[in-house]
Design a protein around this ligand. Structure first.
Ligand SMILES: [Zn+2]
Length: 475
């Protein structure tokens, strides 16, 4: 009997890995892994990055990637290290984004290991990286682009196609057709589901809003990140302008931890717009990330995925790389020089949850000064430094030091690229019939169980919260 198995992102929002086996345990079926993400956040989860896959990596025949975010793609180089030898299928934009993200992830892994070796703060001696930059680069050779809507056959009785998920550039749902003893079955793996309506409900949305309407799903595996929260539907621009004006007015700088890909571009366009309309002063803006330049190039390459609003901004202002007063800092020296500047600036740097990267030295430097503002524009997973700072803590540990948090801390939740519960329900209502079962993954337990209740009562569907290692037969 074919089955699917949840190898990650069950009970948490990271480490997405869902296995499809076409035959059954020990019967030598084709095994495809939907997503191969890093666990991030709490130590309990991060430690899973170091465990072997529950099934040998060399027995996995293919990986199908929904989108480029590391919690979906970041374990690919490790899977290859463990012996995986198959192809990795992704949309062309996802592949281009992975070319930026995976080598950088390898670089961060190396840096972290080096740091532990210097400080002798690991129980392992020497501390080793999860994978290296070079290994991440090698894994890119295994990627094969598959366009949206194109049907790809993997094995007899197993094929898939990508459907638009409207989450980030290149993001897709995976619609799998699988031959089961009961006949052909359609399995829908949503990956991360984007905002459901247009810019009215998600201002500043880069990719066109609205996941595709799906004709049929016998079995569904869906994300539940925002299963227990509602996004504000207000326009964030007014609030953002006020925060920047107040901070600059008191001589402070705005530090924005943001994912270098897409979120940073979206934020840059919003700042540019506010500057051009005179709502914020023309202070220098630094996109301090070695990836930001490449990310802007990829971003501009796939303009067909943009929302009408983004198309208009790109047409009006052109490439952010050429805007006056906007700086893209390539080298560490350029980045460190920012610390010496006493003048107000906006500094956007990654990682978005302050788990590593250049943002750490900006935070270390700017958090103790009450004139500054630390502004969050993305989801902060429990256990990350971002979540600690956002929670109102008095101090946060950075580079083995307790750094006092005296800067103002604020968050704008409107930038989310995930549909919330009302939006998900709106999208699910477009399904012509209910799946046999919908499994919820990629959510904290409270979010997943809340969404389960909402779906059962609003739609009358059979919904279950997926458990780690749980196997589900496809009948
Ligand atoms: Zn994502």
């Amino acid at each position: 009997m074919p089955y699917i198995q949840f190898l990650g992102a069950a009970g948490t929002v990271t480490g997405s890995k869902h296995l499809i086996n076409t035959a059954g345990p020990g019967e030598g079926g084709f095994q495809a892994l939907i997503d191969c993400g890093l666990f991030q956040g709490l130590k309990e989860w991060r430690e899973r990055n170091w465990q072997d896959t529950p099934i040998p990596a060399r027995e996995i025949d293919a990986v199908i990637l929904t989108h480029a975010h590391l919690d979906h793609s970041g374990w690919i180089p490790r899977l290859m290290r463990e012996g995986f030898g198959g192809p990795i299928y992704a949309t062309p934009a996802t592949l281009d984004l992975c070319r930026i993200l995976l080598p950088d992830s390898g670089h961060l892994q190396e840096e972290e290991a080096e740091f532990h070796n210097k400080k002798k703060s690991s129980k392992h001696s020497p501390a080793l990286p999860l994978y290296t930059r070079e290994q991440a680069e090698q894994s890119l050779a295994r990627f094969e682009p598959v366009g949206f809507g194109e049907t790809k056959t993997l094995a007899p009785g197993l094929s898939f196609r990508f459907r638009r998920a409207a989450h980030i550039l290149g993001s897709a749902m995976v619609e799998v057709t699988l031959e089961s003893p009961g006949g052909p079955r359609t399995l829908l793996f949503t990956g991360d589901v984007g905002r459901v309506r247009d810019s009215e409900i998600a201002p500043g949305k880069v990719v066109v809003a609205g996941p595709e309407t799906v004709e049929n799903a016998d079995l569904m595996v869906m994300e539940s990140t925002y299963g227990n929260r509602l996004h504000p539907t207000s326009d964030p621009r007014g609030e953002l302008a006020k925060l920047v004006r107040t901070t600059v007015g008191r001589g402070g700088s705005v530090v924005v931890p943001a994912f270098a890909v897409e979120r940073t571009q979206k934020f840059l366009f919003m700042l540019k717009e506010l500057m051009e309309t005179g709502e914020i002063p023309r202070v220098p803006v630094h996109a301090d990330s070695p990836m930001a330049i490449k990310a802007v190039e990829v971003f501009l390459k796939y303009s067909e995925e943009f929302s009408p609003q983004t198309k208009e901004l790109v047409a009006r202002f052109g490439s952010p790389l050429e805007w006056q007063g906007f700086h893209f800092d390539r080298t560490t020296e350029e980045s460190k020089k920012l610390n010496d500047s006493a003048y107000p600036a906006v500094i956007i740097s990654s990682s978005g949850m302050a788990t590593g990267g250049r943002i750490l030295h900006h935070l270390m430097h700017r958090l103790p000064d009450p004139r500054n503002l630390v502004l969050f524009i993305g989801f902060q997973a429990p256990g990350t430094r971002g979540a600690i700072i956002k929670s109102g803590a008095a101090t946060v540990r950075i580079f083995s030091q307790e750094v006092p948090i005296r800067a103002q801390v604020a968050a704008l939740e409107q930038f989310s690229d995930h549909a919330d519960t009302p939006e998900l329900l709106e999208w699910l209502r477009t399904f012509p019939k209910a799946p046999q079962v919908a499994y919820l993954v990629h959510g904290e337990p409270a979010a997943a169980s809340r969404l389960r209740l909402a779906m059962t009562s609003a739609l009358g569907w059979k919904v279950e919260v997926a458990e780690w290692m749980q196997k589900v037969e496809v009948r």
